[in-house]
Design a protein around this ligand. Structure first.
Ligand code: BGC
Length: 418
């Protein structure tokens, strides 16, 4: 790592989770869909996953329908203190998580005081440990009643989300400063409405665009509501960005890469930037474009999910966003599915170096949240992809930091001192 470029004094070092992926015992549109689709997903795994590098190791899980049911997940809802211990063991001072709307408002207009009290205790616990909470208000899962009304498909439904935002942040706001309104609207729109891999599994490009657009409107309205509750809240959105680069010098490749980046990032970011105090970046991969197609380099290492391993390219996204939007940036997700912990240490190391380069080029980077604190329920893939800094034994619930995480904890300690 470059010893000369130091990270800002109050830099946030942390890890991320999302409620449905860890809490366990949730009842929402996703849990309903899991139960209906687990068998099919298990049967399809043979065809969809067999070319992935980890197939031999993961196939017993990937072919098992139980893998596709979140069930009690990592039981984080009850074991959150143990998970906060892990943050402390890694010398982290921040933690990103989401509030499960379906717990707080299980029926339309009916609030559950027990669940609100749970999240109050949860936040108080973080504060007591000196850990800055970064709260996400929408991370893919919807209360069943909201989904039944058409979810994000209808503009008229945005008001229900705003009512939830107002209620929950009026209750919890005292302990919160950083808020992510919505996680990855475009990933949700794409996977749920274009490639029909996530609920409600529709295939309709126009509807996908509408769903994404409605979430950008929801972000703007939520930001207004939140600023009314507390003008000191720092508000952002978490946006996934795949770095697109031309693989040769031809004008077709160059233009295609630019257009793809625009469609993926700017089309949406321009709609939310003005009502954001910072931007949340979820970075996992880059893609090489030759002609007008994706042609990634072959024979390079890939993650369990067959994603190209190119952590250093995060620098280009950071610098691009900085130039275009001039807002502080928080890395809200970044990591690798790697159950054997073969690549994670190098991944983090290269990412930290890329962050340092970006900072030295003027990027205002305020935090880094690794995805994920623990192994968790990876949506339509279920539990076999392992993104955790800590390994979770789903049978016993035991957690253990992986070697890369122990190393990362030491690095954070040094960086926080320097
Ligand atoms: C999502 C996470 C997910 C991660 C890895 C992001 O798109 O926000 O929920 O687990 O990617 O796939």
């Amino acid at each position: 790592m470059n010893k000369k470029t130091s990270f800002p004094k109050r830099f946030l070092w942390g890890a991320s989770t999302a409620a449905h992926q860890v809490e366990g015992g949730n009842h929402n549109q996703w849990s309903v869909w899991e139960l209906e689709n687990a068998k099919t997903l298990a049967a399809q795994a043979e065809y969809q996953v067999q070319d992935f590098p980890a197939w031999d190791r993961v196939q017993p899980d990937a072919k098992n329908p139980d893998n596709y049911v979140s069930g009690k997940a990592t039981d984080h809802y009850r074991r959150y203190k143990e998970d906060f211990d892990l943050l402390e063991q890694m010398n982290m001072n921040a933690y990103r998580f989401s509030i499960e709307w379906s717990r707080v408002e299980p029926q339309e207009g009916v609030w559950d005081p027990e669940q609100i009290a749970h999240y109050k205790r949860y936040l108080a616990e973080l504060r007591q440990r000196g850990i800055e909470p970064i709260v996400t208000l929408m991370h893919f899962t919807l209360p069943v009643w909201f989904a039944d009304k058409g979810g994000w498909e209808r503009r008229g439904n945005i008001k229900y989300f705003i009512r939830f935002v107002e209620k929950i942040m009026s209750e919890l706001g005292n302990n919160v400063r950083y808020i992510i309104t919505i996680n990855e609207p475009e990933v949700y729109g794409f996977c749920s409405y274009k490639i029909h891999e996530w609920p409600p599994a529709k295939r309709n490009t126009l509807l996908a665009m509408k769903v994404i657009y409605h979430q950008t409107v929801a972000h703007r309205r939520a930001a207004k509501t939140l600023k009314r509750i507390n003008p000191r809240f720092k508000i952002g959105i978490a946006k996934n960005s795949v770095f697109m680069y031309p693989g040769d010098d031809s004008w077709v490749s160059r233009i295609s890469a630019r257009v793809a980046q625009f469609l993926q990032d700017d089309l949406w970011l321009t709609r939310v930037a003005k009502s954001s105090d910072f931007m949340g970046l979820n970075y996992y991969m880059s893609q090489r474009i030759i002609g007008h197609r994706i042609h990634n380099p072959e024979n390079t290492p890939r993650s369990e999910l067959d994603w190209l391993i190119a952590p250093g390219d995060i620098e280009h996204v950071l610098e691009r966003w900085h130039k275009k939007y001039k807002l502080p940036i928080m890395i809200t997700e970044n990591g690798i599915a790697d159950g054997e912990d073969e690549y994670r240490k190098e991944w983090i190391k290269e990412t930290l170096e890329a962050m340092q380069r970006a900072i030295s080029h003027g990027v205002r980077l305020i935090g880094y949240m690794h995805w994920s604190l623990t192994d968790n329920f990876e949506w339509a893939y279920g539990k076999w992809p392992r993104f955790g800094l800590a390994r979770v034994d789903y049978k016993t619930g035991a957690r253990q930091l992986r070697p890369s995480a122990v190393w990362f904890g030491k690095v954070i300690k040094k960086l926080r001192k320097s």
